[in-house]
Design a protein around this ligand. Structure first.
Ligand code: DHK
Length: 179
């Protein structure tokens, strides 16, 4: 088992605790064996959108892959996709409230722009793995900047949709899930 080490949160967490002192009083149902898999804008078009970059697999294929992989580690999956920043933030808050075991996130275009989603990710006590289907570092320069990477425990890119399965395997190892 890999030791799970939370990445240092630097200024993010200091600001967070000052701004939201009452967050720890929120009571929530436990969901310790569930991994959230969140997908950002345009990923609903997987399979038909720029297949030369993102491949021919659909989002339903990604979901099936995640469910199969998680099941092998006796983990459940909450799988979501949205084209809206606020909805993605709400699911991150839900993952926090329900004490999710971990979170896999492909924020798509919001990777490169969203401070608000990065702020939400910092509120999680569980490990976060960032996934990209394409190799964002071999594309346009603006794709190399990720607001997610600095708050993620790990980053996988350029391995197609297999990156999601690898992220779940990595999370399972971090949290000591059975296989
Ligand atoms: C998906 C997107 O939609 C892009 O905006 C990102 C990412 C890359 C991917 O490779 O999965 O830049």
């Amino acid at each position: 088992m890999l030791p799970y080490k939370r990445v240092p949160q630097r200024a993010f967490s200091r600001r967070r605790s000052a701004a939201f002192p009452s967050f720890s009083r929120v009571s929530a149902a436990k969901m310790p064996n569930t991994i959230y898999v969140l997908n950002g804008p345009n990923l609903n078009l997987l399979g038909t959108r720029e297949p030369e970059i993102y491949g021919r697999s659909t989002l339903a294929d990604v979901e099936a892959l995640c469910l199969r992989t998680a099941k092998r580690h006796r983990l459940a999956v909450a799988f979501h996709q949205s084209n809206h920043e606020g909805e993605l933030i709400d699911w991150i808050h839900e993952a926090r409230r329900k004490k999710a075991a971990g979170l896999v996130i492909n924020l798509a275009g919001y990777t490169h722009t969203s401070v608000a989603i990065a702020d939400a990710l910092v509120t999680l006590d569980a490990p976060v793995i960032e996934v990209h289907i394409s190799n964002i570092h071999a594309r346009e320069p603006f794709r190399s900047r990720s607001y997610v990477s600095r708050v993620a425990s790990g980053v996988i890119c350029g391995l197609g949709i297999d990156g999601y399965a690898l992220a779940i395997i990595g999370l399972a190892a971090m949290i000591g899930a059975k296989d």
